[in-house]
Every structure is written in structure tokens, then in C-alpha cells.
Design a protein. Structure first.
Length: 213
């Protein structure tokens, strides 16, 4: 886990042009060493997920504050309209809270039928849509910002179905899905249309503002 977070941090810092920061120094901080997810907002603020706690840093990696999130196993999170959407892998649900830590609402239900989640691993928001890597159901689930289920689409190449583990968006709204077992990276339109796929031994990917992967 440390290796993948290390790679992801380097990618994110490179993309956001942190050319004056000693990355290795900050990786010696226990918060960075123990982090299992990283998010950088539009202003360059850095958010780390360590256990069930989100730690916020400034764009030059100075600690600001932290927020405890209730749940069994928070796998990832995203931020939209000053709300945090935290994905609980074990409960197969999303807890939504504000930056004061106040619970707003939740959505998602465990299962193997349409709209259900089963050991989901990642969440990303694109405009007014929430995309969740529904890992063990081998799908991407899509919701509106209120948690209302809209649609889902399978992660497959030909007749082979894959388990999505990480998802990313490029500036044009194309969705990149990492499938770890067979080392596939798949590119989709947001409506679920597969555009391309290739095999790559990457732990994580980063997408620049110009759309380079």
C-alpha cells in the first residue's frame, strides 16, 4: 500500500507542479506514510486518508486540520460543493458530511443486484455525477449528487469481466478504470461506452490538465 500511495503522491505533485517541495521529507511524516488515499482539490489543497481520518494540508503541504469519518473501512473519498463523499468499502455505502464533520446523508446498499454495491473501492465525481468502482460486482455505478442511482455499466473487454479498483477522469470527462488482476487500463465515455483498453503494469495513473496520462 505504501508503494502505491508513494507513486500516486509523486504523480499528483508532478501534475500540480510542486517543483519546490521536498517530497521525500514529507513522506517521512507518519501521516503520509500511513495514508492509503490522496485527493487534491482545484485549489491545490491536499487531503490524505489515513484509516478513517481525513487530514488536510495546504498546497505547500503544511498541515491545516483533520476530520474523523465514521465507518467500518473508508476506502476513498471525493469532494463536491463543500461536501465530502466518503466511500465505506465494508458497508458498501457512501457517507456524506460537511467540513464540520456533520453527517448529511448516506446512500448505497450491499448486494449483487442492480444498483447494489459489493466491496466498492473508489469514488469520483464528474460534474453532477458520482461514479463508484463497484469492484466485486465488476461494474461502475453512477448516481446524482443526492445519491439517487442513475445507471451502471459492466467493466469488460470482449466476453471477459474485470474488477475495477481505481477510477480517474480526464479533462474531457472520459473515465479511466484500473483493473489490477490482469493489469488492464480501460477508457470509457461517462455513459459506459468503451473507447480503448490496454495492459500496463501501473500501480496508479495521473492525468494532466491537457489530458496526458
Amino acid at each position: 500500500m505504501l508503494v502505491s500511495v508513494f507513486v500516486l503522491l509523486l504523480l499528483q505533485l508532478f501534475i500540480h507542479s510542486y517543483d519546490k517541495i521536498d517530497v521525500i521529507y514529507y513522506l517521512e511524516d507518519n501521516s503520509f506514510l500511513n495514508a492509503n488515499y490522496i485527493h487534491i482539490d482545484e485549489k491545490g489543497g491536499v487531503y490524505l486518508l489515513s484509516g478513517n481520518k481525513i487530514l488536510k494540508y495546504t498546497s505547500d503541504l503544511k498541515y491545516e486540520t483533520s476530520l474523523e469519518i465514521k465507518g467500518k473501512e473508508i476506502a476513498s473519498f471525493d469532494i463536491k460543493n463543500d461536501l465530502i463523499y466518503a466511500l465505506d468499502k465494508k458497508k458498501a455505502s457512501v457517507n456524506v458530511l460537511n467540513f464540520k464533520g456533520e453527517f448529511m446523508f448516506s446512500f448505497g446498499e450491499i448486494g449483487k443486484y442492480e444498483s447494489n454495491l459489493f466491496l466498492p473501492s473508489d469514488i469520483r465525481i464528474w460534474r453532477d455525477r458520482i461514479f463508484i468502482a463497484n469492484t466485486k460486482n465488476k461494474k461502475i455505478n453512477v448516481y446524482d449528487l443526492n445519491g439517487i442511482f442513475l445507471y451502471e455499466f459492466p467493466i469488460k473487454v470482449g466476453e471477459n469481466y474485470f474488477e475495477p479498483t481505481r477510477i480517474y477522469f480526464d479533462p474531457d470527462g472520459n473515465l479511466y478504470v484500473i483493473e489490477s488482476e490482469n493489469k488492464y487500463i480501460l477508457k470509457y465515455k461517462s455513459n459506459g461506452e468503451l473507447l480503448s483498453s490496454y495492459q500496463k503494469n501501473d500501480l496508479a495513473i495521473g492525468i494532466t490538465e491537457n489530458g496526458f496520462v
